[in-house]
Design a binder for this molecule. Structure first.
Ligand SMILES: [Zn+2]
Ligand SMILES: [Zn+2]
Ligand SMILES: [Zn+2]
Length: 281
């Protein structure tokens, strides 16, 4: 499967213009200067970092704007709806501070501890904590720096608890055939609160990758997997032919998500988040 373009194209949702992945960030910075409002916001660029992605990881990105007070679990809902949900797997966010790694579990084991429980359990009143006003996970890292990790319930934290402290964190969905996404802070600023539920505004996203059919080079619509686990990109006609000949073990729709071809992924389950438009030639 080959990719014609080095820097894939995407659509700016604010003005409808087309830019490459590389120049979209620069373009969006111009829009930020026009934003009016006093809600503390963050712009995150989400990219695919899954080692076993079937489609090329560099094809995908989402530029997202959200308030710092957005619950982390709302961002999980959003990423599921737009890019990853197949069959209700577990997920978590991962952030590292002073070498300590915290896993923010979206579906933690019961009973779910409160912040007070965690403060007591970890004795987060100790002298080694340099910033008593920092989010709980940061105080934990200050108390227990260095390699090692611990789990905390994601529902106790906001996006800002992470995005105000670190410039990059990770999202993982499905601990079997894992999809791994990088979330990078592009800017922190103030502006209007994004409308809708959850309060996340898509600033830009990539067009559907133009992947040629392995047989005829028309845009592929399916990924066919044979008995040996070998993938082929196929147009509708050649997918049907391969299927009729019994050459196909499983046929995935080729959709605009880095989870295409993994587990049972078939595309966004919410019509408003489907974006299956090919880039202009
Ligand atoms: Zn624009
Ligand atoms: Zn699944
Ligand atoms: Zn074909």
């Amino acid at each position: 499967m080959l990719f014609k373009r080095k820097s894939p194209l995407g659509l700016c949702s604010l003005c409808g213009q087309v830019y490459s992945k590389a120049s979209m960030a620069r373009h969006l910075r111009k829009h930020l200067k026009e934003r009016q409002g006093n809600i503390p916001l963050v712009w995150l660029r989400v990219t695919d970092a899954t080692p076993w992605s079937v489609l090329p990881s560099q094809a995908f990105w989402l530029d997202l704007e959200m308030p710092l007070d957005l619950p982390l679990v709302d961002l999980d809902d959003f990423l599921r709806a737009v890019w990853v949900e197949c069959c209700g797997h577990l997920s978590h966010f991962v952030a590292t501070y002073q070498g300590a790694t915290i896993y923010f579990e979206v579906h933690p084991e019961e009973p779910i501890p409160t912040k007070e429980d965690l403060e007591k359990e970890f004795r987060l009143d100790r002298d080694s904590i340099t910033d008593p006003s920092a989010p709980l996970w940061v105080r934990f890292a200050q108390a227990f720096p260095g390699p090692g990790g611990t789990e905390m319930p994601a529902n106790l934290f906001t996006v800002g608890d992470l995005a105000q402290v670190v410039d990059k964190f990770v999202y993982e969905y499905d601990f079997g055939t894992t999809s791994r996404l990088d979330l990078r802070v592009q800017a922190r600023y103030t502006g209007p609160r994004p409308e809708g539920e959850p309060a996340i505004r898509v600033l830009s996203r990539n067009f559907k990758p133009r992947i040629p059919c392995d047989v005829c080079e028309k845009p592929a619509e399916f990924l066919a997997v044979d008995e040996e686990g070998y993938y082929q990109a196929l147009c509708k006609q050649h997918a049907d032919e391969a299927y009729d000949k019994g050459e196909v073990e499983y046929l995935y729709p080729l959709v605009n998500s880095p989870r295409t071809g993994l587990c049972g992924y078939e595309g966004s389950y919410e019509a408003k988040w489907k974006f299956e438009v090919l880039p202009p030639e």
